[in-house]
Design a protein around this ligand. Structure first.
Ligand code: EPU
Length: 444
């Protein structure tokens, strides 16, 4: 196990290039299993979640080859539609294998994902959608067992917090090889859904409306492998933008699609940050303390919940009072306790926090509890006075490619070191998490 050590308070300068989107890569790699021939997918980020997905795909019998950022998936040897708890428990996104395996092989067995440090993450919409397409689904000993021949139908994915990104992906993939037409109502509109639809269409799929609230899919008999390049990671891009702003530096971000970040970039501008969009890059920086914001997370094109922890780190330093409301994962504030250990003034409320900005955070020993919580602590550490040590950085490695190297190139004093003693057991433990969530919910 390793930890990250940061000597903070150094403005970032220079240029950084954004890697491929993790949340596109995971469903697109699963979708490659739908084809009859191999696919070559480029711009695949070198992150732990992708590694896990590739291990699962290999364990299903498909052949996986990786060369740099290109991954080739050969699905012709796919034989075993069974994803075990061992893998799924480490990465909930493995659920997006359910649709492809079921529609391709007529059956699938996938472990139920279990607890999560950002709060409850049900999969009822995935199951409801697949059942509507005719799947028989049983839950046995912690596994989802799905079987049956799929037929197109109307599927409504409206959930309590809007739609679901991976349920939309699952149904879209399943419907590609189902007989007849499927219409998804209340589909997620995220750019990663559009990316997946583009990939499926390039394989011969017939999908219309991706990126809108209604997606229509005409089932086809077979799909052919193809070559495809996935979009850049919008969450990684915004993480570096905030790194520049929080350190009062200025950086240029390459391989970014600003149209995927219209709302978050507008919010960063409202904090007083400077922002210049060029065809090939985006320049972002700040000279002053951020102005406060009132924010609520929302499905795309609103403020992504995955950016909330990083924006919160920035708002800890605002001049005044900010309010951040979480409308996707109401319990996604576990990490704010760590920011408080750095001197942040955060008052938790039910599904929201009030932040009274302070002039400076102070370095401390911290623990990451999920990917974005980890990124938030890194950003806070970059701005803080003194040394910050972050343990459990395997969470960060799940979603960020070479984070410490990229930040070092921008002038950050950041390094990784082996952890001599294992970090103490934390709230990541689901039993502790239950108490934490209860405490938050009963707070006035
Ligand atoms: N929901 C349900 N029922 C379901 C599925 C979801 O009620 O069957 C609820 C969830 O509890 C949540 C909301 O719907 O309140 C949205 O969840 P969604 O299903 O959209 O999340 P996801 O598809 O499992 C993806 C990203 C997450 C990101 C969310 C929200 C991937 C691999 N993961 O998850 O990314 O937070 O969408 O945008 O695409 C991350 O990258 O760090 C990460 C957690």
């Amino acid at each position: 196990m390793e930890k990250i050590i940061i000597e903070g308070n150094h403005p970032l300068k220079g240029e950084v290039s954004i890697s491929g989107a993790k949340n596109s890569a995971l469903p697109i790699l699963s979708a490659a299993l739908l084809a009859e021939t191999p696919s070559r997918i480029k711009n695949i980020p070198c992150v732990k979640d992708v590694e896990t997905m590739l291990k699962i795909i290999s364990s299903l019998g498909a052949k996986v080859e990786r060369k740099g950022d290109m991954v080739q998936i050969n699905p012709t040897t796919l034989s075993n539609p069974f994803a075990s708890y061992e893998f799924v428990s480490t990465m909930r996104a493995s659920i997006c294998l359910l649709g492809p395996l079921l529609t391709k092989k007529g059956r699938a067995k996938i472990s139920l994902p279990g607890g999560c440090a950002i709060g409850p993450r049900p999969i009822d919409l995935h199951l409801k959608g697949l059942k509507k397409l005719g799947a028989k689904i049983e839950i046995e000993k912690g596994y989802i067992i799905a079987y049956g021949k799929l037929k197109g139908d109307n599927v409504d994915l409206k959930g309590p917090f809007g739609s679901s990104v991976l349920a939309t992906a699952n149904i879209m993939m399943a419907a590609c090889l189902a007989e007849g037409k499927t219409t998804i109502f209340h589909s997620a509109q995220e750019p990663e859904i559009v990316d997946l639809a583009n990939f499926l269409n390039k394989m011969g799929g017939k999908i219309k409306g991706a990126g809108e609230r209604k997606i229509e899919i005409k089932g086809v008999k077979a799909l052919k492998g193809t070559e495809y390049t996935i979009i850049p990671d919008r969450i990684e891009a915004i993480t570096y933008a905030i790194a520049a702003i929080i350190t009062k530096g200025e950086i240029e971000i390459k391989n970014i699609i600003p149209e995927h970040l219209t709302f978050p970039l507008k919010k960063l501008k409202q904090t007083g940050a400077t922002l210049h969009l060029f065809p090939e890059k985006t320049r972002v920086g700040a000279q002053e303390r951020p102005r406060p914001l009132h924010l609520t997370t929302a499905p795309y094109p609103g403020l992504p919940t995955d950016i909330q922890p990083m924006l919160t780190a920035l708002l800890c330093l605002c001049e005044g009072k900010s309010v951040v409301k979480e409308a996707i994962y109401p319990h996604r504030f576990l990490y704010t306790g760590e920011l408080q250990r750095m001197g942040a003034n955060i008052i938790p409320r039910k599904a929201s926090i009030i932040i009274n900005g302070v002039k400076q955070l102070k370095g401390a020993k911290l623990m990451a509890s999920d990917i974005r919580a980890g990124a938030s602590l890194v950003l806070a550490g970059l701005s803080a006075k003194g040394e910050t040590t972050i343990s459990r950085i395997y969470h960060i490695d799940r979603g960020y490619e070479r984070l410490t190297e990229k930040l070092s190139t921008l002038g950050a004093k950041i390094k990784r070191e082996p952890e001599k003693t294992p970090p103490p057991v934390s709230t990541e433990n689901s039993q502790d998490l239950k108490h934490y969530v209860k405490a938050i919910l009963t707070r006035k």
